[in-house]
Design a protein around this ligand. Structure first.
Ligand code: PEP
Ligand code: MG
Length: 586
């Protein structure tokens, strides 16, 4: 039995079997000559492997479409298309027939030649396909060699995925009928893979450093997402304890859900709007089921993260209208694409940035890729004709950025007006407050924005200089830090004095202790992953805003974040003890 401790993501305790996802295990295909008489059989072998691969990909596509929607599943369509493309299939057949080489060698060489051409192509769309072609080659080779597929396609039930790291799109494609949890060496609480895990309600532990060195396929494992602990080869007593903890967590979730329909109102009668964070339109349904009053953050960049192609204006529009319709009149705050840093641009860039979190990301990226930005803005505006919506820009750091972004929005409005298309002319336009500069300048911004949404995921990392996805400094990443609280207080004050709504949409808003502070600091809208909504509602209903104010005032005066954290958690735990049972976000 061996225990490892990492960063807890989500909640729940599960027992399963390890599946090590080792992307580094490559099958090689050395040149092997065949007899002319064997050509028909070799062609037949290739055809059969191709057929099985297409079938497998269709299955993957279907699973992903059911779990996360058609848009997210598109990542598999390129692979299916490529396996039917004469530019790939033709040269493979010719090599088997003409050069008398094995189907393995012919496949690997033909795909490699195409991948090399793509890698040199001036258009980045082609360059971005290189890794897909490599994947495809490995898939064919696996079927040709009959090796057991080390892919997510043929998992057993109760699988715990163990990997060095996972991309958000890999996580989104997990087959939820089989994958019960995952654990990674890398990652932090607010990494986008962790965010997806929470969106799927999947227990996980990240930042385990060297789990992949210890774990073996098929090994029994406990994933305790409440405490951030992994137990390899657990004994019977540990398994019984894990089962009991899981039962308790389930009961607690059911109890918390009973409040889903009740209003989110504090004991002293203050209304708190509890809304959901989503990455895909389909998540709206769970936000509503979990008692959310709308969507406070739609991370639209996930349209890009799950596809190899840049989305077309129609695809943007369809996704946004779908979201608005699912909300059925409830409010939606849609954020323009927040690409860059750990999302999308680095993997595709020829010269990755040295310091991408301080680089060309979010609104900066949009303002340098204006065609892409305009396309999205037109799509958002079109959807605004279908239901209540607010538009917000991410990572705004200086006033010029906000003005420029608004200028593009007005231009898009003119485009639509000229084309006679409907949109909401009065759509509120706001900004994320996620860099200290924006928080400190809140007064200036207040003259131009319709609302503020505080993004603590980034605000904490930029205020404390702690990379949010780096497990080595995860211990320093703490939202209950007097410096962070002061920034939030200032933004909230400016907002409340000027009649500008202030919300918080960072992951920390789901932490009952931090939520109490936000309420105490005057924030009245909290936006969190849907699975966190029931617990948060229970917390809000058990809190008193005046008490929260006193707790916040005291917390802000501590010299040390450790003392502030201990004080706040102790106080809030006494006020709403039931919401801390099985809570992993501390
Ligand atoms: C944030 O930074 O708090 C936020 C909500 O945005 P994201 O997590 O997408 O960076
Ligand atoms: Mg952010």
């Amino acid at each position: 039995m061996q225990s490892l401790t990492g960063i807890p993501v989500g909640s729940g305790v599960v027992v399963g079997r390890v599946f090590v996802l080792n992307d580094g295990q490559r099958i090689r295909a050395p040149r092997r000559a065949i007899d002319p008489a064997d050509v028909p059989a070799e062609l037949e072998r290739f055809e059969s492997a191709r057929g099985v691969a297409i079938e497998e990909l269709n299955g993957l596509h279907k699973h992903a479409a059911t779990e996360m929607g058609e848009e997210a599943a598109k990542v598999f369509l390129f692979h299916i298309g490529a396996l039917s493309d004469p530019a790939i299939v033709g040269p493979i057949r010719q090599a088997i027939e003409g050069e008398l080489v094995s189907a393995e060698y012919a496949s690997a060489e033909a795909i490699k030649t195409l991948a090399d051409r793509f890698a040199r192509h001036p258009d980045s769309t082609f360059r971005s396909k290189v890794s897909d072609l490599e994947d495809l080659s490995q898939r064919l080779l696996r079927h040709l060699t009959g090796r057991r597929a080390k892919t997510l396609a043929d998992l057993e039930p109760h699988t715990v995925i163990v990997a060095r790291d996972l991309t958000p799109s890999q996580t989104a494609a997990f087959d939820r009928a089989k994958v019960v949890a995952f654990a990674t060496d890398l990652g932090g609480l607010t990494s986008h893979t962790a965010i997806i895990a929470r969106a799927l309600g999947l227990p996980a532990v990240v930042g385990l450093h060297d789990l992949t060195r210890h774990a073996r396929d098929g090994q029994r494992v406990i994933v305790d997402a409440a405490r951030g602990v992994i137990v390899l080869d657990p004994d019977d007593a540990s398994i019984d304890a894990a089962d009991a903890a899981d039962q308790r967590a389930r009961r607690s979730r059911i109890t918390l859900h009973e409040d889903a329909e009740k209003p989110a109102i504090t004991r002293d009668g203050v209304d708190i709007a509890l809304v959901g964070n989503i990455e895909f339109p389909e998540e709206v349904d769970s936000v509503i089921a979990d008692g959310g009053a709308g969507v406070g953050l739609y991370r639209t960049e996930f349209l890009y993260l799950t596809s190899d192609q840049e989305p077309t204006e129609e695809q943007h529009t369809a996704a946004y209208i779908d979201t608005v319709r699912r909300l059925g009149g409830r409010p939606l705050t849609i954020r323009t694409v927040d690409l860059g840093a750990d999302k999308y641009t680095q993997g595709r860039s020829e010269t990755p940035e040295r310091n991408p979190f301080l680089g060309l990301r979010s609104i900066r990226y949009c303002l340098q890729n204006t065609e892409m930005f305009r396309t999205q803005l037109r799509a958002i505006l079109r959807a605004s004709a279908h239901g209540p919506m607010r538009i917000m820009f991410p990572l705004v750091t200086n006033i010029a950025e906000f003005r420029q972004a608004k200028y593009f929005l007005h231009e898009a409005m003119e485009d639509l007006a000229e084309a006679g298309e409907a949109y909401d002319e009065n759509v509120p336009v706001g900004m994320m407050v996620e860099v200290p500069a924006a928080a400190l300048q809140a007064k200036s911004f207040a003259r131009e924005v319709d609302f503020f949404s505080i993004g603590t995921n980034d605000l904490v990392q930029y205020t404390l200089a702690v990379d949010r996805i780096n497990e080595r400094v995860a211990g320093l990443y703490t939202p209950i830090h007097p410096a962070v609280l002061k920034l939030i207080r200032d933004v909230s004050r400016v907002g409340n004095r000027g009649g500008i709504p202030v919300s918080c949409c960072g992951e920390s808003a789901a932490d009952p202790a931090f939520a109490a502070l936000l309420i105490g600091l005057g924030v009245r809208t909290l936006s969190v992953t849907s699975s966190s909504l029931p617990r948060l509602k229970r917390a809000v209903r058990g809190l008193d805003s005046k008490r929260c104010e006193r707790i916040a005032q005291k917390a802000i005066r501590f010299d040390s974040e450790a003392d502030a954290g201990t004080y706040v958690r102790d106080r809030v735990r006494k006020l709403v003890p039931e919401v801390f049972d099985g809570w992993s976000g501390e």
